[in-house]
Design a protein around this ligand. Structure first.
Ligand SMILES: *Cc1c(COP(=O)(O)O)cnc(C)c1O
Length: 497
């Protein structure tokens, strides 16, 4: 049965999965959602015997129904290969009474690799399927991790170009170094004088610019998105929740049908939405615990029913979560509005015009599966330090936001359900913040790479290749632009005029 995708903002004709992947965003500015969420077609028992690639196929075949078995299996094989430093792809570590699902074993050591290693392959197959002859130009706004993972995924992929915008002072030194040293003749990296929301709004405006699209078409190119609004990003993320549950079952950590809570350090709401999809597909997930940092828009939303981005943007030590507009939340809003695209569009228009919206009580009622809370920077640091002291296990700052919120959740609810924490980045990606949390006195004066070596020593975890590579890599990208000049910058890069 063919599964189609429709926009969250209108009832215009649904499109196929490959078309949705190519377009990224619907013409009306809405996000593509499957017309219906499929149920898993194999049992957990069967899944518990599968490896990551096999699990990926079982999940993705339900969503990408216009891909042949061979096409999909080839995309999966190319994505989840030796780029990952472990055959398990997403290993689980048990520490201090929780299961940490390590999603950072890919090429750029953050969880974005889980989806961005497959997206370029899904996209090139989609282009072929739809007789697209144009070059695909990927435009991406990043709060640090998406950019590098997208660059790594698309570098030198035939028929594509990729342009990444990041906030000039809003990413970690290692994240920045990773991006500006990116190789590949089709890669472009631009720092903007603004924050992540400026970058994301700028990219959205370019996507919605019909004139610019025509100009591009004339030079045989078209835009697409690698941001987490693309269903080609979202669906591959469902896989690891299915996989994690099945693995815990296989290892006897869970009994058949036993519920599992999931905690996700959240920014754009893509990762936790994937967990929500997994739950709706039949994975026995109980609570979806949404963890925010000081930019706690989502916590306020879950507690009050009002989403309000009118507030100060705070730079934290978990920069990939420094976001005030969580784009993927729209897919949840659409759903709790009873799949009423007009009602959703009205709320999104209010967000665009006033920076806020309020959901109805009936909608709020449907958010019972979710729990939101947030962690202050000092709490996050304490969590890293305490976990290290108690267990020797070292987590990054984003994962620490989740671990902190999990502690608060347990205190609030006394719930004893077993819990999976999405561990979204390697501590090596945020070495300075992590080491300062462990012992500021001792480490604050050390250089970035000295700290890397020290982290290796105290954690007994080898330095990932992604870090070794940038020790000596040359800076290849130095473009900077004003936040209102993004379109001109894209034009200059593509030389469409
Ligand atoms: C992107 C990112 C997040 C936030 O994920 P969303 O899907 O945007 O909610 C959390 N942690 C890290 C390390 C990330 O890179």
């Amino acid at each position: 049965m063919e599964l189609l995708y429709k926009s969250t903002r209108s009832d215009s004709a649904p499109v196929t999965a490959s078309q949705a992947i190519l377009k990224g965003l619907a013409d009306d500015g809405g996000l593509f959602v499957p017309v219906q969420l499929p149920k898993l077609s194999v049992s957990m028992e069967e899944l518990s015997k599968m490896n990551y690639q096999e699990t990926a196929y079982e999940v993705m075949k339900l969503f990408f129904t216009d891909f042949t078995e061979e096409e999909l299996k080839r995309c999966i094989a190319r994505a989840y290969d030796e780029k990952f430093d472990t055959e398990e792809i997403a290993p689980i570590v048990k520490a201090d009474g929780a299961y940490y699902l390590e999603l950072f074993h890919g090429a750029t050591i953050a969880f974005k690799d889980m989806a961005l290693s497959i997206l370029p392959h899904l996209m090139t197959v989609s282009a072929k399927k739809n007789q697209v002859k144009n070059d695909i130009v990927i435009l991406t706004a990043t709060s640090g991790d998406t950019g590098k993972a997208a660059l790594a995924g698309f570098a030198d992929v035939e028929g594509t170009k990729i342009i990444v915008f990041y906030p000039e002072n809003g990413v970690s030194p290692i994240q920045e170094k990773q991006m500006v040293t990116q190789k590949g003749k089709n890669t472009y990296v631009v720092a903007i004088k603004g924050n992540f929301d400026d970058a994301q709004s700028g990219v959205k405006a370019i996507f919605n610019d019909k004139e610019f699209a025509k100009e591009l078409e004339a030079s045989h190119a078209q835009f697409s998105s690698a941001n987490s609004i693309n269903i080609g990003r979202l669906i591959p993320q469902v896989v690891y929740y299915v996989y994690a549950y099945a693995k815990l079952l296989a290892e006897g950590e869970l009994a058949e049908g036993e519920k599992l809570n999931v905690v996700v350090p959240t920014g754009n709401f893509g990762n936790i939405l994937a967990a929500f999809y997994a739950k709706n597909m039949g994975v026995p997930i109980a609570k979806l615990i949404c963890a925010s940092n000081d930019n706690k828009v989502l916590y306020d939303f879950f507690t009050t029913g009002t989403y309000d981005r009118n507030r100060e943007f705070i730079l934290t030590n978990s920069p990939s979560m420094d976001i005030l507009i969580s784009s993927n939340l729209e897919r949840l809003i659409y759903r709790i509005a009873g799949e009423d695209s007009a009602a959703n569009a009205e709320l999104m228009n209010s967000l665009a015009a006033n920076g806020s919206y309020k959901i109805t009580d009936a909608m709020k009622e449907k958010l019972k599966d979710f729990y939101g809370n947030y962690a202050k920077e000092a709490e996050t640091e304490q969590t890293i330090q305490a976990l290290y002291d108690n267990t020797g296990y070292i987590i990054d700052t984003h994962t620490a936001v989740a671990a902190t919120v999990y502690k608060k959740y347990k205190k609030d609810t006394a719930d004893t359900t077993k819990t999976l924490i999405a561990s979204t980045a390697s501590p090596y990606k945020f070495t300075r913040s992590v080491m300062n949390a462990i012992d500021k006195e001792k480490y604050h004066a050390m250089g970035d790479f000295e700290l890397v070596d020290e982290l290796c020593r105290i954690s007994n975890v080898p330095v990932p290749d992604a870090i070794e590579e940038i020790r000596s890599a040359r800076v290849l990208h130095t473009r900077v632009c004003e936040k209102d000049k993004m379109k001109e910058t894209v034009r200059e890069i593509l030389k469409t005029k």
